[in-house]
Design a protein. Structure first.
Length: 284
């Protein structure tokens, strides 16, 4: 096991009588992007809630199994301690503080910074890196977050999470409801965040994007792991192609369709992308 890997082992979750996950296991090795695929209600969000310890806000409980990050058990911690341990969730639907300014949203994100790195200087440095990634957040710093477009709000939600200097980012459907071009930009940024040293567990309904960003993936069906393996193998499997990539059996396809719009980026989401040493790590 590497230092900052996530290990979810045989986790079962219920919401009262509703069984949402059954003996789900998934690993996120340090530095990896791992995708979680599955249809509506498969349990993807529930898995992220179990890891971030926010399940009980939704009436859910872990019935069995263990969750550990960097060798530390998360399943006894409060949500703020999980953030302090370096695991930060970006919830589905953005959920920015609409009445607060963009700058204040980012400040809030710094409050739970890992290892108590809450000092002003550290926060300002991290904010500069967030602004490097999302220049629009610098430009709109004084605007109310509620006035941003959907894509910009997603950037703010991700930027706010990054202010806590996560080692592992839990991303819930970041491209949901976004126009294809904006979804591409978000995906490109996920790759960039990963290249700067943050691991990512990515729940994404756009399987084509997810499988190109990720090195491995799990497919959830009705709360159980139906398939798991390297992303390129899953992308090539008939079942995944048919059910999640919308490809008929035997049809030669190009899963790049409609997603590679960035000029000059031949393979922007290549599964083989590895951290580039010239970039600063979030965890530096
Ligand atoms: N707060 C809740 N109370 C009761 N049942 C819930 C709650 N949240 C989710 N569920 C149920 O748990 C199961 C898994 O839901 P979950 O939201 O994790 O799936 P999902 O894969 O994220 O789906 P989607 O893509 O639609 O968000 C579903 O049967 C869902 O109805």
């Amino acid at each position: 096991m590497t230092a900052a890997s996530l290990e979810v082992r045989e986790v079962s979750v219920g919401y009262g009588p509703v069984r949402a996950l059954h003996r789900v296991s998934v690993d996120v090795p340090e530095g990896a992007v791992v995708a979680v695929l599955g249809g509506n209600g498969a349990g993807k969000t529930t898995l992220l809630r179990a890891i971030s310890r926010t399940l009980r806000f939704h009436g859910g409980t872990i019935g069995a199994g263990t969750i550990a990050f960097a060798g530390q058990r998360l399943d006894g911690l409060t949500p703020d301690r999980v953030v302090a341990a370096g695991v930060v969730q970006v919830p589905e639907g953005r959920q920015v503080f609409a009445r607060m300014t963009v700058a204040d949203n980012l400040r809030v994100g710094a409050l739970g910074a890992r290892g108590g790195h809450g000092g002003r200087r550290a926060a300002a440095e991290t904010r500069d890196r967030v602004h490097e990634l999302f220049p629009v957040l610098a430009k709109r710093a004084r605007q109310r977050a509620g006035l941003l477009s959907g894509g910009e709000q997603q950037m703010l939600a991700m930027g706010r999470a990054l202010m806590a200097r996560p080692r592992l980012l839990l991303l819930d459907e970041p491209s949901l409801g976004l126009a294809p071009l904006m979804a591409d930009r978000i995906a490109e940024t996920v790759r960039e965040i990963n290249a700067r040293g943050t691991s990512v567990l990515l729940v994404e309904q756009n399987a084509a994007i997810a499988l190109r960003l990720a090195s491995s993936a799990v497919v959830l069906e009705v709360g159980e792991v139906a398939l798991a393996g390297p992303a390129d193998e899953l992308a090539a499997s008939d079942e995944v192609r048919r059910r999640y990539l919308g490809v008929a059996d035997g049809t030669d396809t190009d899963t790049d369709t409609g997603t590679d719009t960035d000029a000059g980026a031949a393979e922007p989401f290549a599964a083989t992308a590895r951290p580039r040493p010239v970039l600063r790590r979030w965890s530096a």
